[in-house]
Structures are given as structure tokens and as C-alpha cells.
Design a protein. Structure first.
Length: 99
């Protein structure tokens, strides 16, 4: 767990939420999009940004629009089938009941 007891206490007191930690090496199950979708999306975003050769004199509004447009272009390269496969891989074929 990457969350200390002190951190969990702060979250509980400040937000009235409970922090639930996940076991080590369980990212592929608990976050199915992390490796198979978000990783490739970040690489595509980086490539889009480098390809654009953005001017440093743009306004904040222009920069935000650029980020949105790059994200849309990168996301369009991620297929629906890719997203579905990540969830299918994370869902066990047989549910085990532990008593």
C-alpha cells in the first residue's frame, strides 16, 4: 500500500471518505485501462504535442484548445475494441467464492 495510516486518517477526517488500498501487483485487475489504454493514449498525446511544434506565444485559451484537440485526436486512435478487451481481461472467467 502506498497510503500511510496517517494519510488514511486525514482523508477520513477531511472528506468523510474511506481509503481502500489494493494489493500489490493488482493494477491489471483493479485498473484495467491503466496499461492497455491510458499508457498508449499518453504516448499518442506526446507524439501529437511533438508533431505540433507549438508556438510559445499562444494565449491560455489557445493552449487549452490545443490540449483538447490533441486529446481528441489521440483518443480517436484508441479503438472501442481495445477498451472492451482490457475490461474482459480484468474480469475473471469464474468467480471464486471464499468462505
Amino acid at each position: 500500500s502506498h497510503v500511510s495510516e496517517a494519510g488514511q486518517t486525514i482523508v477520513a477526517e477531511e472528506t468523510l471518505a474511506i481509503v481502500c488500498t489494493v494489493p500489490a501487483n493488482s493494477t491489471s485487475v483493479s485498473q484495467p485501462l491503466d496499461v492497455g489504454v491510458i499508457g498508449p493514449l499518453k504516448k499518442k498525446l506526446s507524439a501529437e504535442w511533438l508533431r505540433e511544434k507549438v508556438s510559445t506565444t499562444r494565449t491560455a485559451k489557445q493552449k487549452r484548445r490545443g490540449v483538447v484537440m490533441r486529446t481528441i485526436r489521440a483518443w480517436e486512435d484508441i479503438s472501442a475494441e481495445c477498451v472492451v478487451k482490457r475490461f474482459e481481461k480484468a474480469i475473471p472467467n469464474e468467480l471464486e467464492v471464499m468462505l
